[in-house]
Unconditional design. Structure first.
Length: 408
């Protein structure tokens, strides 16, 4: 799922909120900043009301052309230690971290080390013959591999990076071709795991180390990393995830590995059971860092312009889902929606909207790029029970303005 707000060139973040709504600065021509995006505007008031009702814990940011317009922080990052959320806190990304994988792959394509038409077997061994010979890197990145894989073991508690890596490699090799390559698929883990394995095979380093060195550090994302569970437990700059139980109570996922989510879509899952997020997925990031990443995609920091356009260029048409960025009510008009490389893109109210969102038990994350007008929006939360799709919807309406009437 998706969103962000931060730096371009030498512009500094302003208005970092601690606890309750702290002052934020609208740093652009008032004529170019929609009223609903400003401090005290409709979006600000909406999130503040949720926080006051204990329905939101986290950070929201809006950035316009490199300047922070709105920055708010609410709730606790670690209730046991009394640490409040603030812009320097890193949140669990879940699927919002998936696009880092395609960026890593496209860096290698840009360098001529791999090609998008390479098949799985060009770089990896141990896959079924039809997978190795028919499924290409492009199929994997665009979600058109035709693959399916067995469900993950949600009860297993991992104890090391090596154990996580070994398990995911073995799991990915169990993928089966169930439709012709080129057939759109949905939420197939092998499409995330296999490109990460290719990055490792070509670079000779782990996916985590490659991405941290060649994406996070290059973008200046100093608060972003693939943190391990011991770091999650002890580092005061990482938000704990508070999962909702069947009785409505919230438990700290990191301190309660025996507890799982009651959500029917993620039944029994506890994100802290994984020692480190699986290669190709997740990670932890701060809101300012996600804005830095958004700007780095536009200014050539991580990819040359044509490859950045390739990353976010529309590949596969989707049925409209609010821009395809997250499941949500159909309040904002979506003119067109597409799958890109591990991220959805759409035309909403006549403007491009590009980003990614993700949900884990006890956390949610969203970063949205509005390239036509220079906006970036970030939403990061660490508590179940928030109306996450509606928060994204409110951000979109604040930036894009009132939606057009729906066609009959």
């Amino acid at each position: 799922m998706a969103a962000a707000g931060v730096v371009a060139g030498g512009a500094q973040l302003m208005g970092a909120g601690l606890g309750h709504a702290a002052p934020a600065v609208a740093a652009a021509d008032p004529g170019t900043v929609p009223p609903d995006t400003r401090p005290g505007g409709a979006y600000d008031r909406y999130v503040a009301k949720l926080a006051a009702e204990d329905k939101f814990s986290g950070v929201v940011m809006l950035s316009h052309r490199g300047q922070t317009v709105l920055s708010r922080s609410y709730g606790m990052a670690d209730k046991e230690r009394g640490i409040r959320n603030h812009p320097g806190i890193a949140f669990n990304l879940s699927s919002a971290g998936k696009p880092f994988g395609p960026v890593a792959v496209l860096q290698l394509v840009q360098q001529g080390k791999i090609h998008l038409w390479d098949t799985v077997g060009t770089h990896l061994k141990g896959f079924a013959k039809e997978v190795a010979e028919k499924v290409t890197i492009h199929h994997l990145l665009s979600g058109t591999s035709g693959l399916d894989n067995p469900p993950e073991d949600l009860e297993r508690v991992f104890q090391s990076r090596e154990e996580v890596r070994e398990y995911n490699e073995r799991w990915a090799r169990q993928a089966k071709l169930v439709a012709a390559p080129g057939t759109p698929t949905e939420h197939v883990g092998a499409e995330i795991a296999i490109p990460a394995m290719i990055v490792e095979a070509v670079t000779g380093t782990t996916y985590w180390d490659y991405v941290e060195e060649n994406i996070f550090r290059r973008c200046g994302m100093t608060g972003t990393a693939f943190f391990t569970r011991p770091q999650w437990l002890t580092d005061k700059h990482i938000a704990h995830s508070y999962m909702q139980q069947a009785d409505g109570s919230l438990v700290d996922a990191v301190r309660n590995l025996d507890k799982g989510s009651a959500d029917p879509y993620q039944l029994g899952k506890n994100p802290a059971r994984t020692f480190i997020d699986a290669p190709g997925d997740g990670g932890f990031a701060t809101a300012p860092d996600l804005i830095r990443f958004a700007h780095a995609l536009a200014d050539g920091t991580v990819l040359d312009r044509h490859y950045a356009e390739l990353l976010t260029g529309p590949k596969i048409p989707h049925a409209p889902q609010g821009g395809g960025l997250a499941p949500r009510r159909q309040a904002t008009v979506v003119d067109a929606s597409f799958g890109a490389y591990q991220m959805p893109v759409g035309i909403v109210n006549g403007q491009w909207l590009k980003g990614r969102a993700g949900v884990n038990p006890g956390s949610f994350a969203s970063w949205n790029i509005y390239p036509d007008t220079g906006w970036v929006g970030v939403i990061l939360g660490n508590q179940d029970g928030a109306p996450f799709p509606q928060i994204i919807e409110q951000e979109m309406q604040a930036v894009l303005g009132p939606s057009r009437p729906l066609s009959p």
